[in-house]
Design a protein around this ligand. Structure first.
Ligand code: RRO
Length: 310
């Protein structure tokens, strides 16, 4: 019932982890691979291993989470080695995320992926909000275009981009115009809403240490923004570019809404962090029962079919 065709592959269901959550170590990745998730993605890699920002750097709050992890990861080679080994044991394509600190670092990693036997899907993260002194690439339209121009001179494997949320119709238009120039496989909307601030009411203190408490917001707070971004890109991008919907998925109903806005795959960040990989079983059951109630047998029957008021 939930089978999802994405990039010519049939996944059992559309659910995945969002990059960064439960996917830094082989142990965590193996737990995702044996979970009910339809697919999974690795933590965004940099060329060299990074310790990331100082702790506390992630904090669960009642309506979501705030994080300023600062791109901690075990380094590009660790994830490539895992991916190459893992793809021998599974038919499901793996998702590999890269987040270089410069155009040159992104190009270097993508060249290695292109030259390797990696047969999965690559996601270029243009939206890390938490590296001190490094603005997000995808809020700089020229830099985004320059990056994609360089990438597509050599990259031929399926590639998607992870985008931050946009908040203005003009920005949806401008970004879609840029993205439509390239043979992208998908866009993934949204990364966390950058640089929020959460205050502990008892201590009058921020809850994470880096950047004086500023961090990316996820969870329930971000669902309306995520849905708007999924919808805005679904209605503006050429049909070959699929959408991965990420942001505020806690229940089957949230998943259903992302699909209604046009998403094909769905990623879960904050709520996966809160519940662990068992969440995927719950989400698949909840989504299937909503579909049964509404009389749908497949997701294709309602994907993108959001109604507006005449
Ligand atoms: O590691 C992080 O601080 C981080 C990244 Br790379 C990202 O893309 N999104 C996020 O919320 N945190």
């Amino acid at each position: 019932m939930l089978t999802t065709n994405f990039l010519d592959f049939d996944f059992e269901n559309p659910f995945m982890n969002a990059s960064g959550v439960h996917c830094m170590t082989i142990k965590e990745l193996d737990e995702l691979s044996t979970s009910a998730a339809g697919a999974y993605i690795m933590k965004s890699a940099t060329p060299e291993k990074r310790a990331g920002n100082s702790e506390p750097r992630y904090y669960d709050v009642p309506l979501g989470s705030i994080n300023s992890m600062g791109l901690p990861n075990l380094g590009f080679e660790y994830y490539l080695e895992y991916a190459l080994k893992q793809q021998e044991n599974t038919k499901r394509p793996l998702f590999f995320s890269v987040a270089g600190m410069s155009v040159a670092e992104n190009i270097a990693m993508l060249k290695e992926i292109e030259a390797s036997d990696f047969a999965g899907v690559t996601e270029l993260n243009l939206s890390c909000p938490n590296v001190p002194g490094k603005p997000q690439v995808a809020y700089d339209f020229e830099l985004t275009e320059e990056t994609l121009n360089q990438v597509f001179t050599f990259f031929t494997k399926p590639l998607g981009v992870k985008l931050p949320p946009y908040f203005d119709m003009a920005h949806f238009d401008q970004m879609a115009e840029i993205l439509n120039k390239y043979p992208l496989a998908y866009v993934n909307s949204i990364n966390s809403i950058g640089n929020g601030l959460y205050i502990d009411t008892t201590s009058d203190q921020v809850v994470i240490k880096p950047k004086e408490g500023f961090g990316g917001i996820g969870g329930q707070y971000v669902k309306p923004t995520a849905l708007a971004n999924v919808r805005a890109f679904y209605t503006r991008l050429k049909p070959e570019i699929k959408i991965i919907g990420t942001g505020g998925i806690l229940t089957g109903q949230d998943a259903y809404e992302h699909l209604l806005c046009g998403a094909t795959m769905l990623q879960v960040g904050t709520q996966l962090q809160k519940e662990g990989p068992a969440i995927f079983e719950r989400l698949t059951k909840e989504l299937a029962s909503i579909m049964t109630l509404k009389g749908y047998q497949t997701i294709d029957e309602f994907r993108g079919k959001l109604k507006v008021i005449d």
